[in-house]
Design a binder for this molecule. Structure first.
Ligand code: GRF
Length: 217
């Protein structure tokens, strides 16, 4: 059984999706803690209502990012985290923390990486005129939004889409691919590429097709 900690900054709908999956009997892993970097994150209630301990480490209480990261690390150690999930955690973690949890730290990003790393992905996708958009679950490496890809969802862009309507359809897929990828990592089924950097990840018992979700509406 792996001990999973979910880090959030906002609404917590991906946290909710993970908790729902974790409540299924066959899941076999436990979400042992939530860490929020803002005391007003609505997702804190999502964790608390599920009876999960929530540690709030407000970024704005710290003058130095190093002190903030030290306290994040302490919370992760206190929870004895095996797997750490960034689920709408809107901070870039420092290299030390990322390296410490290397291969055990994953992130959900709302675009088809490597397209549109960073912020405002839905607006940028519409501006670029792409016909497909989506979300990516990837392992976190020191290079922002560039770690090895575990799962992706593909969402068609509709004429008349706004960043909000597109975001809503992408979010629906995030809730499906993120819990799956978390369970693969928690199961210890993920084999990293032999060369450092981005490459094809092998996941025991999971085909490439099963790692791809295509939304057809
Ligand atoms: C999601 O779209 C996620 O991909 C992005 O931030 C959003 C978080 O949503 N990084 P929620 O807090 O899980 O509802």
């Amino acid at each position: 059984m792996s001990r999973i900690v979910v880090m959030i900054s906002g609404r917590g709908s991906n946290l909710h999706a993970i908790l729902l999956a974790a409540s299924q009997e066959h899941w076999g892993h436990a979400v042992v803690g939530v860490i929020a970097d803002r005391e007003d994150a609505p997702g804190i209630r999502v964790g608390a209502q599920a009876g999960i301990e929530v540690a709030v480490v407000p970024r704005r209480d710290y003058a130095e990012v190093a002190d903030f990261e030290r306290d994040l690390s302490r919370q992760l150690e206190r929870f004895e985290a095996d797997v750490v999930v960034l689920a709408g955690f809107m901070r870039i973690l420092g290299d030390q923390l990322v390296t410490h949890y290397s291969g055990r730290l994953l992130n959900i990003h709302p675009s088809l990486l490597p397209a549109f790393p960073g912020l405002h992905t839905h607006r940028r996708a519409l501006e670029a005129g792409v016909l497909v958009h989506g979300a990516t679950v990837h392992l976190v490496t020191p290079a922002l939004d560039h770690g090895p890809i575990l799962a992706q969802s593909v969402v068609p862009v509709r004429s008349g889409d706004t960043p909000e309507t597109l975001a809503a359809r992408v979010l629906e897929t995030e809730h499906r691919i993120l819990p799956r990828a978390v369970s693969w990592l928690a199961d210890g089924r993920i084999h990293l590429p032999t060369h450092p950097g981005v490459g094809h990840v092998e996941i025991d018992g999971v085909s490439a097709r099963e790692r791809l979700l295509i939304l057809d509406h």
